[in-house]
Design a protein around this ligand. Structure first.
Ligand code: PLP
Length: 406
């Protein structure tokens, strides 16, 4: 690999930058996954995960990716022939429902324009019509990583309740958990799906399902064939803090550290930091004179920003130029928006100067690529950041100032 001085800017919306603290936590000998030291690690990560998902429900972990977590969710709760309601919010919602079809489910896929999230009113209207309760589950991608649109999960929960419908509520929180506010229990989610490589700041390799009592009950009567993804054996072993098969031990050391870091910062402060960064990134995009892909400000994602390229300019060419000149990886447009959209990831282990550096990489890349834009987006982002201090940074500044005074 060619030498590039300094750190690569990995500003795709996941995998995200893995902090040194986590890299060091994983840099240790592999231990016996059936020995006493493992049980201590297992106990810490299993209880720590509940804090991050904001739940007292069990969180089931698998070696796997977000796609595996989707499959685990489907095969544990739904049987071939079951009807589910899903919404075309973007690429990942499309892939998840395609997987559900491959598992023999009858998917009602409500078309969308890839610029809006799930409309709670539509959810309520469709469920209210379903007097026979044929719909067994509502599937929602909380943060559509392909479009930068965040659906309003609490309002969707309310819509399901207002329709007095018993459907399971299945939510993909792959690019929101650990970055955007997410409350598995309070929001009445039955299965929350995620992966390790985004807000949890870990390398790829872990898949998660947080599972409500209702979801566990559904899994017990569910007829779908399953083996590796079956929750039952895992939950049994987890009761003693072990796993039925070899877990990804060193990723679990990393997860233990990630949980500690998120809790040290405090989840509200983590979410506030992402909100600030989302605001600042959008300020830069508007200043450059580009459109954001999401149209409804209530649904702007604070973990990534999807930018529409000016007509006649190819997003992938621009990304390749930015990579070559400034060693920054930006997210590609996926599926329907390939070539017309690029994405700036600002989730996970990320601070003000990393954001400003990333936006400078975009702005300089636009100039080299000859994409017309109004210069000064980085300044607009700095102005936006200056409006509000970061709660976490206040603590850090307070600590170091105290040190200087002594
Ligand atoms: N769901 C969302 C919202 C995603 O962003 C992704 C990946 O980026 C996935 C699911 C699939 O996860 P993975 O690539 O880890 O299998």
């Amino acid at each position: 690999m060619e030498y590039h001085p300094g750190r690569h800017f990995l500003q795709i919306p996941g995998p995200t930058n893995v902090p040194d603290r986590i890299l060091r936590a994983m840099d240790r000998p592999v231990i016996d996954h059936r020995g006493p030291d493992f049980a201590r690690l297992g106990e810490e990560v299993l209880s720590g995960c509940r804090a991050i998902f904001q739940t007292s429900d069990p969180v089931v972990l698998f070696p796997g990716s977000g796609t595996g977590a989707w499959e685990a969710c489907i095969v544990n709760t739904l049987s071939p022939g079951d009807r589910v309601l899903a919404f075309e919010t973007g690429h990942f919602a499309t892939l998840w429902q395609a997987m559900a079809r491959r598992w023999g489910l009858e998917v009602e896929f409500v078309p969308g324009d890839w610029r809006h999230g799930v409309d709670p009113e539509r959810v309520e209207a469709r469920l209210a019509e379903d007097k026979a309760h044929a719909i067994r589950a509502v599937m929602v991608v909380h943060n559509e990583t392909s479009t930068g649109v965040t659906s309003r999960v609490p309002e969707i929960r309310k819509a399901i309740d207002d329709a007095r419908h018993p459907a399971l509520f299945l939510v993909d929180a792959v690019s929101s958990l650990g970055s955007l506010e997410y409350k598995h229990s309070e929001w009445g989610v039955d299965v929350t799906v995620t992966g390790s490589q985004k807000g949890l700041m870990l390398p790829p390799g872990l898949a998660f399902n947080a599972v409500s009592k209702k979801a566990i009950a559904a899994s017990k009567s569910n007829r779908a064939p399953r083996s590796y993804w079956d929750w039952e054996e895992i939950l049994k072993s987890n009761a003693r803090f072990f796993f039925p098969y070899t877990p990804a031990t060193n990723l679990l050391w990393g997860l233990r550290e990630a949980i500690a870091m998120l809790l040290e910062a405090g989840l509200p402060a983590v979410f506030a930091r992402h909100r600030r960064h989302g605001d600042a990134a959008r300020a830069a995009v508007r200043h450059w004179g580009f459109d954001l892909l999401p149209l409804d400000p209530r649904e702007f994602s604070n973990s990534l920003t999807a930018v529409v390229m000016p007509r006649g300019h190819d997003a992938d060419r621009f990304r390749a130029i930015a990579l070559r000149h400034y060693d920054i990886s930006l997210g590609a447009g996926l599926g329907k928006v390939a070539g017309t959209v690029f994405r700036i990831g600002h989730l996970g282990d990320f601070n003000d100067l990393m954001l400003i550096g990333s936006l400078a990489g975009v702005e300089m890349g636009l100039r080299v690529a000859g994409v017309p834009h109004r210069a000064g987006g980085v300044q607009a982002a700095m102005d936006s950041l200056s409006k509000e201090a970061v709660p976490e940074a206040v603590n850090v500044a307070g600590a170091s100032n105290a040190g200087l005074r002594s």
